[in-house]
Design a protein around this ligand. Structure first.
Ligand code: ZN
Length: 242
């Protein structure tokens, strides 16, 4: 089976469309989305509609929950809270109902999916070897998929150690029988210094995971954000992938 794993779209429709065009060239069997479909970006309804139509499974993330009013935005930074409040005012009824039906964790054949981490599917950031190890200890499937940090990672459990690290675009990881914790990176707001949209191709027959990056019209998303009067820092950072 060939699976496209995407995460953290953040209402960036141009990034999502560019990723889906790239995904469609790879004739995948399923698309799995790890959540944060909305928040930060200017096109939440269109992104909900596309993910709902195209993904075999989608999780919800902390920004989705905040935009639904199910999570206190006081826990967010000022800009993130402002964007969540804006999103909640523009979300349509259908999109709100769909987002509200999602869970921050899920399971597909051979894989456990979490927006953030297995121990805390909404909030915990898997950015250290220690947290990766704890995440693999409380799961059992060969592949554990997480989003939330907006940083692409491929980490293998090697005995009681973690092997691996950052996974820039173009890297292909061999799924060699060890258990893996993988983050595809972010479609709509990458934070690993590469401004291109990120996605992950998992091929379970060939036993490989390929980290992809796709250029998209960043200036068009920035213009939409400025037109919507979303915080300028959120628009500016897209150009830097930070
Ligand atoms: Zn996110």
């Amino acid at each position: 089976m060939r699976i496209a794993v995407i995460s953290d779209i953040h209402a960036n429709l141009h990034a999502l469309e560019s990723v889906l065009t790239d995904v469609d060239r790879e004739s995948v069997d399923e698309i799995w989305c790890l959540g944060d479909v909305v928040g930060y970006g200017p096109r939440p309804n269109e992104c909900c509609d596309l993910i709902r139509e195209r993904a075999a499974i989608s999780l919800c993330g902390n920004h989705d929950l905040a935009s639904l009013g199910r999570l206190d935005v006081a826990e967010f930074s000022g800009d993130a809270a402002a964007a969540a409040r804006w999103t909640s005012t523009v979300l349509g009824d259908e999109q709100r109902a769909w987002l509200g039906s999602l869970s921050p964790l899920g399971r597909r054949d051979g894989a456990e999916l979490f927006h953030a981490s297995p121990r805390d599917p909404v909030w915990e950031y898997v950015l250290s070897e220690e947290v990766a190890l704890l995440s693999l200890e409380v799961t059992t499937e060969p592949l554990v998929l997480v989003g939330h940090t907006h940083v692409a990672l491929a980490l293998a459990l090697d005995g009681d150690q973690i092997d691996g690290g950052l996974a820039p675009g173009g890297v292909t990881v061999e799924l060699d029988g060890r258990r893996f914790l993988v983050n595809p990176g972010s479609v709509g707001q990458p934070r690993d210094g590469d401004s291109r949209a990120a996605w992950l191709l998992v091929d379970t027959d060939r036993r490989i995971a390929g980290f992809r990056r796709v250029a998209y019209p960043i200036d068009e998303t920035q213009k939409e954000m400025r037109d919507a009067a979303l915080p300028e820092t959120l628009a500016g950072r897209l150009a830097h992938g930070l």
